[in-house]
Design a protein around this ligand. Structure first.
Ligand SMILES: C[S@@+](CC[C@H](N)C(=O)[O-])C[C@H]1O[C@@H](n2cnc3c(N)ncnc32)[C@H](O)[C@@H]1O
Length: 215
């Protein structure tokens, strides 16, 4: 696909964030709700895992510690995020690659794919979801976390602040994207009731889980 100004804007912004400490700030900011959500998943069988838009790789490092995890891969379209992730690697189960999801080349398929605050930066959510669906095994699941959604009014202004491509959608629209890609879909709001930010207490992170039907 021909690179547009918007796509480069996303990459450049996160290259900067990888170097100015904001990758670690995201780890802290997103950490509580993501860890709360991941606790609801039972990783009781051997599994492989992919994090799309992994930032500094913190979720990959966390998941690789699960005893049934065979391989945990992180990809990011920011090369500098991948360099940070590789510096922070803690086990041989972890792998990090510099690629966007749309053009990722990978022969295998995953049991679980995860993404936190990343999918709405994709040039096309539909194309990204189509690719994620292809990369999952039958019965596999895609966990997609977003703080930026129409129903959560406090975060809707982020696009103006970031000045890069960010696709704002409602919970209903997200569910439709997942259904159109072939997924069975469930949603969950993970709230942080102690947080000083009102939206974190009242709306929280929206997790959309897509299950690829078993054959
Ligand atoms: C807001 S950050 C979130 C990082 C990480 N998930 C976290 O929670 O700390 C979004 C990340 O997604 C990456 N990204 C955006 N669009 C992407 C795409 N199409 N494919 C792969 N990575 C992408 C960005 O480069 C950035 O590092």
């Amino acid at each position: 696909m021909r690179k547009t100004k918007n796509m480069d804007g996303v990459r450049k912004t996160f290259d900067k964030w990888a170097q100015n400490g904001r990758a670690e700030l995201m780890e802290v900011e997103h950490g509580k709700n993501v860890l709360k959500f991941l606790k609801t998943i039972s990783f009781e069988k051997p599994f492989t895992f992919l994090d799309v838009g992994c930032g500094n790789g913190w979720v990959v490092r966390k998941i690789a510690k699960e005893k049934n995890c065979k391989k945990a891969i992180g990809i990011d379209k920011s090369k500098k995020m991948i360099i940070q992730s590789q510096k922070k690697m803690e086990s041989k189960k972890e792998q990090f690659f510099h690629t966007d999801i749309e053009s990722m080349k990978y022969k295998g398929k995953f049991n679980y794919i995860f993404s936190m605050e990343s999918l709405y930066y994709a040039d096309s959510i539909e194309i990204a979801l189509e690719k994620i669906y292809q990369l999952l095994k039958p019965g596999g699941k895609f966990f997609c976390g977003t703080d930026f959604y129409t129903d959560n009014k406090a975060t809707s202004r982020w696009a103006g602040i970031m000045k890069i491509q960010m696709h704002l959608h409602s919970k209903k629209e997200w569910k439709k994207f997942f259904k159109n890609a072939g997924f069975r879909v469930e949603t969950k709001h993970i709230k942080d009731l102690q947080n000083k930010k009102k939206w974190k207490r009242e709306h929280g992170t929206l997790f959309i889980t897509g299950t690829k039907p078993a054959k």
